[in-house]
Design a protein around this ligand. Structure first.
Ligand SMILES: *Cc1c(COP(=O)(O)O)cnc(C)c1O
Length: 486
């Protein structure tokens, strides 16, 4: 396996382990102010201490032959192959393998991530067969088990703090609640998540589980979480915060796998594949970008957005400016500022942490753009579109009427964006079906269709007792609440 090594400030050199160069996998911060960390260290934090996000210092790359050799692997075996170089021996291989196998054994489809054909060259990758019916389970089932392993090994206790626009919360609770070594606090925007999403979080039992509804929107929740990570002095001595949002590197890592899985099904590496990705915090599509950088022949990566379209405006018009948050039928994408976009910008700015820091700071104040070379480079990789609620409903209805496939509103935004960006494609386009339609029945009914049934294990969801606390949109309210309970 070849390794791309960041050399100096701006380029990569390709070196090969066959030449005997041993490079340990390390993670660095996008803001450049933090010493390289190992996998366990980045697993147990969130933001880097300098306020940046962790990214791998070196990226493993795979040759065409190495990719071809993966074609017949099961999902779990493929996941182990893709993920192992990033963990780099810090968790024994047999243990890592067992964690991955157990995580995906809990999915309700033998293929874990089955693919459905919609039309010639148009596919859906179903990422909603995990316990909480959204793609977040792919990472959080593994993350919970990884944390458990490391915390037991280190005899350590941590506090998990996360903000959710809907689906992360339940997936995180489901992935982590069994650990006796964690307390878990999940913030969601009060009355801005779907009923099913809220019920899935607030009915999770356990004395170590706390749901907090913030009187604000998702960005407010995200801001509070970021501020709490930046100053953790409110915590009792000996405890620290762990992030379960997609700023946690392990989440991004586990999402790289299904890009490989889908592309291999469609004859990669001999054929190229494009992906359309319903995008909020840019975690899922960033994983696709990494898969491409690792050598997977991905053609286009399509950033599918709803009315909250900052990334679409940036990619299509080189205009990066915050607008007002709109509430839509695809609430998991109702996000003003996508945290993980910073990870991509770091590459776009030639790994120059100072330029990146300036950009991030100025984005709070003014309309930003990048140089024409940078814009060209961005467009060489990404396309984008924005789909409003009416069109989303039309697509849900049309797909069901024509193909009997029922998609959730996020997936509908993905399918439509794929069609907007690539006409008469000669290579297949795979839309990531990020959630089960029963999670978003309001949109399904608005599309003129019958309310879909929840799968068996959630049939009695609406009869379960809810537990959550409503707090004002203030950091101090949240830190006081955590201090009181931990
Ligand atoms: C989280 C989520 C998204 C957005 O994913 P990001 O990684 O935040 O871009 C899209 N659709 C659904 C259903 C989600 O739960």
């Amino acid at each position: 396996m070849a390794i791309l090594i960041a050399s100096g400030s701006s380029h990569f050199e390709v070196e090969d382990s066959a030449f005997g160069i041993i490079t340990k996998m390390r993670y660095i911060s996008t803001r450049g102010g933090c010493s390289p960390q190992n996998f366990e260290q980045v697993l147990l934090t969130g933001l880097a201490p300098d306020g940046g996000l962790f990214i791998p210092q070196t990226l493993p790359t795979l040759s065409t032959d190495e990719i071809r050799a993966m074609q017949s692997l099961s999902y779990a075996d493929l996941a182990f192959k893709v993920v192992a170089p990033f963990v780099d021996g810090e968790i024994p291989a047999s243990k890592l393998k067992a964690i991955i196998e157990e995580s995906y054994a809990a999915f309700d489809h033998p293929e874990v991530a089955p693919m459905t054909k919609l039309s010639e060259n148009e596919y859906l990758l179903e990422l909603y067969h995990g316990p909480t019916l959204a793609f977040k389970d792919f990472a959080l089932q593994v993350l919970g088990r990884l944390l458990d392993y490391v915390l037991v090994k280190n005899d350590q206790q941590v506090v998990i703090l996360g903000a959710t626009s809907g689906d992360t919360g339940s997936a995180a609770l489901e992935g982590c609640r069994h650990s006796e070594r964690v307390e878990i606090y999940i913030l969601h925007p009060f009355e801005r998540v779907s009923d099913v999403q809220r019920k899935q979080m607030t009915t999770v039992p356990g004395e170590n589980v706390f749901n907090i509804a913030i009187e604000g929107n998702f960005d407010d929740c995200q801001r509070i979480v970021k501020a709490a990570f930046a100053d953790q002095t409110f915590l009792p001595a000996g405890k620290s915060l762990v992030a379960v949002n997609s700023i946690n590197w392990a989440r991004i890592l586990m999402q790289i796998v299904y890009y490989f899985y889908a592309a291999l099904k469609l004859d990669a590496p001999d054929k190229r594949v494009s992906f359309s990705v319903p995008t909020g915090n840019f975690g899922d599509i960033y994983a696709g970008y990494l898969a491409k950088c690792m050598g997977l022949p991905i053609d286009r990566l399509i950033v599918a957005t709803n009315k909250n379209d900052i990334l679409h405006r940036f990619i299509s018009r080189n205009n990066y400016s915050k607008s007002k948050l709109s509430k839509t039928f695809s609430p998991s994408m109702d996000i003003l500022v996508s945290s993980n976009f910073e990870r991509y910008l770091y590459d776009l700015f030639s790994k120059n942490a100072a330029v990146l820091s300036d950009f991030m700071e100025n984005s709070n104040k003014e309309v930003l753009s990048v140089t024409s070379e940078q814009w060209t480079q961005m467009k060489a990789c990404f396309d984008s579109s924005s789909v409003d609620d009416n069109t989303t409903c039309d697509v849900i209805n049309e797909l069901f009427t024509k193909t009997s496939v029922l998609v959730d509103p996020h997936t509908a935004v993905g399918v439509k964006s794929g069609r907007d960006c690539v006409e008469n494609s000669s290579s297949p386009i795979v839309t990531l079906a990020t959630a089960h339609p029963a999670k978003f029945s309001e949109a399904i009914q608005a599309a003129g269709l019958n309310k879909p049934d929840l799968p068996g294990h959630l049939k009695d969801l609406f009869n379960r007792e809810e537990r959550y606390t409503v707090l004002p949109n203030e950091l101090s309210a949240v830190t006081a609440f955590i201090r009181k309970h931990s």
